[in-house]
Design a protein around this ligand. Structure first.
Ligand code: SF4
Length: 473
C-alpha cells in the first residue's frame, strides 16, 4: 500500500499531479511477478446463490435459478503488496473477498494460501489459516458487538484461538490499541462511545490481534467522512510496513484505489476484466469498462469537465441472467459490429440499445407519444396511426440520427411493436446486428496487463482491434 503524500490523504482521481510518490516501489507486473510465488492464488473462483430452490418451489415444478455473484474469478496476491479489487456496487467483489477467505463456501474454483488449498483445509490447518487471513469490514457500526467493551472485542480472537494468559492478553490489547492510535484508557468503553473512524480503528486492532499475514479490507473507509478516510488509510499504510502485511483492498472508490494500491483488478458482473499496475490502469486503461469507470469520476478542473466522455449506457444486467458472450456488451461503447456491416460505432451502440430494450421488453408501448393517444376503444392500435406511433417511439428510443439503411431496419422492427410482436421485432434486429461480442466471452489471458476484451488479442497490439481473432463459436 502506498499513500500519495505524508498525510496519506487520498486526492481526486483526476488530479494529474497526484501520482503516488512510491510508484517505483511497486511490483512491475500484472498477474505474475518473475520467480515469485503468490501468497494468495485464486483460480476460477465461483460463488452462486440459488433462488427458487425450496422444497415448495420443487413441488411447484420451479427450476432453481443461479445468481452468479462470482463467476470464474482468477487473481494472485503477492506478499507485501496491496491489490485493489474495484467495480460498481453489486459486481460481486465483496462476495469474492469473503469466499476466498472461506467465510462463505465456494460453488467452484480453488484458492491457495501459501500453496495450500484453502477449501481442503480442516482441523489445525484451517485454524492456522483463520489466524493468518483476516478481514476488516466496511461498516464499523455493525461489525462491532455493542454489548462488548473495546477490550473484550480486541481480546476475543485470543480467546477463540486460546492465545496467551489473561494478563498477556490484556497487555497485548493495550499495545494493539496504541498501534491503531487509540488510548489504552479507552479499553473499558463501548463502541457507541466512539466516532466512526475510531470504531474502524478498533476493527483494525481486532484484525491485527493474531498477527495475520493477509487482510481483506472490504470498503474500509466508505462509511467514514472524507477527512477520517485519509487518516484510516494512512494508518493502514503504516501498519502494512510495520507488520509486513499483504492487503486485498475492495473498494468502489477510485481515488482510494489509485492512491493506496500497487496493482488493480477490475471486476464487472462477477468476472475480472482487467488487471494491471495501478499507474497503467489509471493512465492507460484498456478495457472499455475500466475506461468508462474512470470517466465517471467527477472532474475538478474546468477544462477537464468539458472534455468528451465515454460514458456508460444502460443498467447493470442482473447476475441471475447475465448477457451471453462478453457481459459488458449490453453497455459497451465499443461493442464490435458484425464484420460485414458498415455502421458508425455510435450508431451501432444506439441500435444495440434499442435491441436490448426490445429483447428485455422494457418499453411501455401504452405510453408512446403523449401516452394513450394511439389506442382505440379496444386498446388496439389503429392502422392509420402506425406511422406516427413508430416515429414517436423512435424519437423516444434514439437520440442519434441513423444512416438511412439502419433507420429503415429499426423502423421495421418498431413497426412490429405496433402489433406487439416483440419476438419478431427482436429477430429483425438480431439477424442484422448480432455482435461477435455476444457469441464469445473473451478470456482474461495471461499477459502482463491482461484485458478480457476482443479488442485486444495480446499486449503486442494494445490499442487495436484483434484482426486475427476467430469469433466463430
Ligand atoms: S468484448 Fe466487445 S463488448 Fe466486451 S468489452 Fe470488448 S468490445 Fe466491449
Amino acid at each position: 500500500m502506498s499513500t500519495d503524500d505524508s498525510s496519506g490523504r487520498p486526492t481526486s482521481a483526476d488530479d494529474s499531479s497526484g501520482r503516488s510518490t512510491s510508484a517505483d516501489d511497486r511490483p512491475a507486473g500484472g498477474p505474475a511477478r518473475d520467480g515469485e510465488e503468490p501468497l494468495v492464488s485464486v483460480d476460477g473462483l465461483e460463488k452462486y446463490f440459488w433462488e427458487k430452490d425450496s422444497i415448495l418451489d420443487r413441488l411447484l415444478g420451479e427450476e432453481p435459478v443461479a445468481v452468479r455473484a462470482v463467476d470464474g474469478v482468477s487473481l494472485d496476491v503477492y506478499e507485501g503488496e496491496t491489490l485493489g479489487l474495484v467495480g460498481e456496487s453489486g459486481c460481486g467483489k465483496s462476495t469474492a473477498g469473503e469466499t476466498l477467505l472461506r467465510l462463505q463456501e465456494p460453488t467452484g474454483g480453488r484458492v491457495e494460501f501459501e500453496g495450500r488449498n484453502v477449501y481442503e483445509m480442516d482441523g489445525t490447518e484451517l485454524t492456522e489459516f483463520r489466524r493468518e487471513a483476516q478481514v476488516v469490514f466496511q461498516d464499523p457500526f455493525s461489525s462491532l458487538d455493542p454489548r462488548m467493551t473495546v477490550g473484550q472485542i480486541v481480546r476475543q480472537p485470543f480467546e477463540i484461538h486460546d492465545v496467551g494468559t489473561p494478563d498477556e492478553r490484556r497487555e497485548r490489547v493495550r499495545e494493539l490499541l496504541a498501534h491503531v492510535g487509540l488510548s489504552a484508557d479507552q479499553i473499558d468503553r463501548y463502541p457507541h462511545e466512539f466516532s466512526g473512524g475510531q470504531r474502524q480503528r478498533i476493527g483494525i486492532a481486532r484484525a491485527l490481534a493474531l498477527e495475520p499475514e493477509f487482510i481483506v479490507l472490504d470498503e474500509p473507509t466508505s462509511a467514514l467522512d472524507v477527512s477520517v478516510q485519509a487518516q484510516v488509510l494512512n494508518l493502514l499504510d503504516d501498519l502494512q510496513d510495520e507488520f509486513d502485511l499483504t492487503f486485498l483492498l475492495i473498494s468502489h472508490d477510485l481515488s482510494v484505489i489509485r492512491h493506496v494500491c500497487d496493482r488493480v483488478a477490475v471486476m464487472y458482473l462477477g468476472e475480472i476484466v482487467e488487471v494491471g499496475p495501478v499507474e497503467e490502469i489509471f493512465d492507460e486503461p484498456r478495457h472499455p469498462y475500466t475506461r468508462a469507470l474512470l470517466e465517471s469520476v467527477p472532474r475538478a478542473s474546468v477544462t477537464e469537465r468539458d472534455r468528451e466522455r465515454e460514458t456508460l449506457s444502460g443498467d447493470v444486467p442482473s447476475p441471475r441472467n447475465p448477457p451471453s458472450g462478453c457481459r459488458f456488451r449490453t453497455r459497451c461503447p465499443q461493442v464490435i459490429p458484425p464484420e460485414d456491416l458498415d455502421v458508425e460505432q455510435e450508431q451501432y451502440r444506439a441500435i444495440m440499445n434499442v435491441r436490448e430494450r426490445i429483447e428485455s421488453r422494457t418499453i411501455a408501448l401504452e405510453a408512446v407519444g403523449e401516452g394513450g393517444e394511439y389506442a382505440d376503444e379496444d386498446g388496439e392500435l389503429a392502422v392509420d396511426d402506425v406511422g406516427a406511433f413508430v416515429d414517436d417511439l423512435k424519437a423516444q428510443l434514439l437520440d442519434t440520427t441513423l444512416a438511412p439503411r439502419h433507420d429503415e431496419r429499426v423502423e421495421a422492427a418498431l413497426t412490429e411493436l405496433a402489433a406487439e410482436n416483440w419476438a419478431d421485432a427482436a429477430d429483425r434486429l438480431r439477424s442484422a446486428y448480432e455482435s461477435p461480442c455476444e457469441r464469445v466471452n473473451p478470456d482474461l489471458g495471461e499477459a502482463d496487463h491482461p484485458v478480457a476484451c476482443h479488442l485486444y488479442r495480446d499486449d503486442a497490439d494494445p490499442g487495436g482491434r484483434d484482426e486475427g481473432f476467430d469469433f466463430a463459436g
